[in-house]
Design a protein around this ligand. Structure first.
Ligand SMILES: Cc1cc2nc3c(=O)[nH]c(=O)nc-3n(C[C@H](O)[C@H](O)[C@H](O)COP(=O)(O)OP(=O)(O)OC[C@H]3O[C@@H](n4cnc5c(N)ncnc54)[C@H](O)[C@@H]3O)c2cc1C
Length: 456
């Protein structure tokens, strides 16, 4: 049987795309090779039928959500069936007593956040790509984002899920309880496995009470010791409400002032470090006063050099734009390589200095910027070295990942491995860990049809 024809029969006409109908969305950033076809199923049964056929025909499959991933995990390498979950975007239920949401995998994160908010709940996962990333994609990458310090990564918001295995069997594990120790907790194998162990079709997500207050400040500090002192001070005095602690290293404040005219740094003079701090509380009356008092104490103790508290949503959006929307400045720096790594907080400043000096020694004109979710041990490095070609990438990868390996950090904090970091997995995982990953892969996907060439 012709596999393409058999697959076409599973879905409706808009669910099957070939040749010129396969738009750039499905080709990924790399545009490495053309998929054989794009399938856009609308039900779990269709996903199961597609995978059954592909399993029998040894036909590779790559699952796609919003295609906002940053390591090319969803990029077809050529000849695969693209399985896009984009038409499976129904929010099936919100249970106010159990505080859960059940949604299909293709639901856009922001849509799910808004549906939760409309019922007085918070779906805590939040990240810059909220308007395109999907529930399935954020599960498959175990996405992190800007509130991890308070609510954890996506893994911490998934109570249950439904996934279709490589051979087309449906693993329905739509648990709705916080506690369930009945044997192995299989959902975790799919969370963060980047579409290599199964295709997520539905999930039960944990909701939290919607916060009643948001307090945001933009803070300037003289050195790294002050940054870590501020984190400790806020964690111990803000009654558990600290939700974001986004640090921007030496040079970032100057970069914003010089190259990002649409951003408005709220602080007077330039500071060595700037930090965006946000707390989500439950008492609209007293939270703002507590937040102000705690920051004032930090100022009196010499931790903080200058701080501005957002007085309006507009102020708040302006602070976040400095952290999230510096694209205009990055473009002016020319071609850049970006990194997402994690490491112990105590090692961060030495790491940043070492990476910057090694890059400068190799590329004297380079600009290296470091920023990130410091409270989570997660930094992003942007290295504008004048080129993104394979040689430059290898040189800078070796520098950044070498410095990470030296402190026992991780080459991927939250973006995953995809194709981008595949060659470096062994710099963060032991041979036994990697052998176990291969064992799992073989057990779940004996013919290796799920996202071949990625992760391992
Ligand atoms: C501006 C911007 C900001 C970002 N900020 C953050 C951040 O702060 N934190 C963070 O963690 N990430 C961040 N990201 C990365 C990205 O948004 C996340 O990785 C996100 O989880 C990807 O979701 P997606 O639906 O777009 O998945 P895709 O990009 O479509 O796919 C990602 C991977 O998951 C697999 N996959 C997708 N759907 C499924 C499914 N249903 N079943 C099985 N496998 C599947 C794909 O094969 C691929 O390997 C950011 C990206 C951008 C563009």
């Amino acid at each position: 049987v012709d596999i393409a024809r058999a697959l076409q029969a599973v879905v409706d006409a808009p669910g099957f795309l070939v040749d010129a109908d396969i738009g750039p969305r499905y080709r990924g950033r790399g545009g490495q090779g053309s998929p054989m076809a794009v399938l856009r199923p609308t039900t779990t049964e269709q996903v199961a039928a597609i995978l059954r056929l592909c399993h029998d025909a040894r036909q590779p499959v790559v699952a796609q959500g919003g295609m906002s991933g940053l390591v090319d995990g969803g990029t077809p390498l050529g000849g695969e069936v693209v399985l896009s979950l984009e038409r499976m975007h129904r929010i099936e239920a919100i249970d106010p007593q159990g505080r859960t949401m059940t949604a299909q995998a293709g639901t856009i994160l922001q849509t799910a956040q808004e549906a939760a908010a409309a019922q007085g709940f918070l779906l805590p996962l939040d990240l810059g790509a909220r308007g395109s990333a999907t529930i399935g994609g954020t599960i498959a990458t175990n996405a992190g984002g800007v509130r991890v310090i308070r609510y954890g990564m996506m893994r911490d918001s998934v109570l249950g899920l439904e996934a279709v295995l490589a051979d087309g069997r449906v693993m329905s594990s739509l648990n709705r309880m916080l506690k369930n120790n009945a044997g192995y907790d299989l959902k975790h194998l799919f969370i963060g496995s980047e579409g290599t162990l199964g295709v997520v079709t539905r999930a039960v997500l944990r909701l939290r009470p919607a916060p009643r207050s948001v307090s945001t400040a933009f803070v300037g500090l003289a050195g790294f010791a002050q940054v870590t002192d501020l984190l400790a001070h806020l964690e111990s005095h803000l009654a558990g409400t600290l939700s974001s602690f986004e640090a921007m290293w030496r040079g970032y404040d100057a970069f914003v002032r010089r190259l990002c005219p649409s951003l408005r740094p709220p602080l007077g003079p330039e500071h060595a470090f700037t930090v965006l701090v946000e707390a989500l509380g439950s008492d609209a009356g007293s939270d703002a006063a507590l937040f102000e008092r705690v920051l004032a104490e930090a100022f009196e103790r010499g931790i903080v050099a200058e701080a501005v508290i957002a007085k309006s949503d507009r102020d708040r959006a302006g602070f976040w734009a400095i952290r999230e929307d510096a694209g205009e400045g990055f473009r002016k720096l020319g071609p850049s390589l970006t990194y997402d790594v994690s490491l112990p907080i105590a090692d961060m400043d030495a790491f940043a200095a070492s990476v910057e000096s090694q890059i400068a020694a190799r590329y004297p004109q380079a600009t290296t910027l470091v920023l990130g979710h410091l409270g989570d041990g997660n930094l992003h490095v942007v290295a504008a070295v004048g080129s993104r070609d394979a040689a430059a990438k290898k040189t800078v990868d070796d520098i950044v990942y070498g410095a990470i390996r030296a402190v026992g950090g991780s080459i991927s904090a939250e973006h995953g491995i995809g194709i981008e970091k595949k060659g470096y997995l062994g710099w963060s995982r032991t041979p036994v860990e990697i052998a176990m990953m291969h064992d799992l892969k073989r057990a779940f996907d004996p013919h290796g049809i799920l996202n071949p060439g990625k992760v391992l």
